[in-house]
Design a protein around this ligand. Structure first.
Ligand code: NI
Length: 453
């Protein structure tokens, strides 16, 4: 369920009872633990741990505290150590001006050298940063576009820096410090990190979460951090576990790729993954290249598309959910008969239904399907995308006539369902107010802006 991406299990205070600590982790549903070294000596210990315990993976690198003796011979030594099967990253490395155990110049030299190794070997980095934000951000900016993959561990920088790092596609993780009473600023940053860019970590033996603050930290406590993230981001703990485990798989290759789901839970709603096919080719759509959503795998071939029975069996009692949404990365009206059969089952059994569509259902089915929404679909959500037909055509990779097609669908659908919602993704080029006008005044729909991070 959980992956603790940062635990220094080679510390002397684990020597006595490491088997028990591992057992505790297993019982707390920790599937894997990533142990980052802090210097070359501990790198050897990390490798031993990965060989002894199946659930342990490692990272090799020199921590800023230990860079005072850094010289170029370290490069070769690190390159040799990372060849080991279960070493999946360069770490932990970075800058630390709080303690100043090593001179700044040495820290920077070692940090940059190790970034270069990671780039050369295509490995992710595990980055430590304390009181060195300005130099850290300048160095990272210098590498922008070079293809760096990195986790900013135990994040304690500013919200602005976090937003910049996220825009460069890096991952961020937080430790027990987000459970502390006075951590409102950190929790505010947690709220801003998209789920797809957050990792779980304990930083054992340090940074122990509440209610064990003051004691030695261990991987079994990672669920307290997951609970805090879930609370802040209004997710379930299972969602945080699934999403962060998938994130760890994407950056470190630990664990496995999730199987395709036909139905999936998000919040209080159940989603029906109808198809991965679509008549449009939207510029912002991840359907083909990266069909994952919140740790769920939604990709499927046409031949794998299940029939209505499969969905109905998975739904069970529809009153268990606030609503059941026909969705996925494809366009659900491509399989309109299946949607209708499943929707009929949901309505007959007291559930609520919503259809998320691009509004091209009439063109796709070559007839007006909007009267068929009647008593089967409660809410229709349509991607308006923009008020401008030309821009619409460009964003969706379709003929400009599809804009009117969508508007017509929305107007007509209004007569047959409880509510029509029209949404746009907030990107700079789209005029939100003019789009709102079309939705609210021309169509009488509700208008919603979706965040695009
Ligand atoms: Ni650490």
């Amino acid at each position: 369920m959980f992956i603790d991406t940062h635990a220094h299990l080679f510390y002397p205070n684990f020597e006595e009872d490491l088997d028990q600590v591992i057992q505790n982790a297993v019982e707390a549903k920790v599937d894997y633990i990533l142990v980052p070294a802090t210097d070359l000596k501990t790198a050897e210990k990390v490798i031993e741990l990965t060989e002894k315990y199946e659930m342990i993976y490692g990272a090799v690198g020199v921590h800023p505290h230990d860079t005072k003796d850094w010289d170029s011979s370290f490069n070769q030594k690190i390159e040799k150590l990372v060849k080991h099967d279960k070493i999946v990253a360069i770490g932990e490395i970075g800058l630390d001006y709080y303690y100043d155990f090593s001179p700044k110049e040495k820290q920077i030299e070692a940090f940059k050298s190790q970034i270069d190794i990671a780039l050369k070997l295509d490995l992710p980095l595990i980055i430590h940063n304390r009181e060195s934000d300005e130099d850290m951000m300048n160095i990272i900016r210098d590498y922008c576009g070079a293809g760096l993959k990195a986790q900013f561990h135990c994040y304690n920088g500013s919200l602005d820096d976090a937003i910049e790092l996220l825009s460069m596609n890096f991952m961020i993780s937080f430790t027990g410090n987000i459970t502390f009473k006075k951590a409102d600023d950190l929790r505010r940053i947690v709220r801003h990190v998209p789920p797809d860019q957050i990792l779980l970590e304990t930083d054992s033996p340090f940074m122990t979460p509440v209610p064990f603050r003051g004691k030695r930290n261990e991987p079994a406590y990672v669920n307290y951090i997951a609970e805090q993230i879930a609370a802040v981001k209004d997710l379930r703990v299972e969602d945080v576990a699934r999403i962060t485990s998938f994130n760890a798989f994407r950056i470190f290759g630990i664990g496995s790729k999730p199987d395709t789901v036909f139905t999936y839970k998000l919040g209080d709603a159940l989603y029906i993954n109808v198809t991965n096919r679509c008549n449009a080719h939207c510029v912002f759509c991840k359907r083909k290249d990266d069909p994952y959503l919140r740790g769920y795998h939604l990709g499927m071939e046409t031949t794998d598309e299940p029939n209505a029975e499969v969905y109905i069996n998975e739904i069970g009692d529809p009153t268990m959910y606030k609503e059941i949404v026909f969705c996925g990365y494809g366009e659900p009206t491509i399989r309109w008969d299946v949607v209708k059969t499943v929707a009929k089952y949901i309505k007959e059994n007291g559930g609520k239904t919503r259809l998320n569509t691009n509004g091209h259902g009439n063109a796709i089915n070559k007839r007006d399907i909007t009267p068929e929404l009647n008593s089967l679909i409660d809410v229709v959500s349509i991607s308006l995308n923009t008020f401008n037909p030309k821009q619409y055509s460009k964003l969706m990779g379709l003929n400009v006539s599809y804009f009117n097609e969508m508007i017509k669908f929305a107007k007509s659908a209004k007569q047959f369902v409880e509510k029509v919602v029209m949404s746009i993704v907030s990107v700079d080029e789209v005029d939100i107010e003019r789009s709102r006008k079309i939705a609210e005044e021309n169509i009488g729909a509700e208008f919603r802006v979706r965040e695009y991070f």
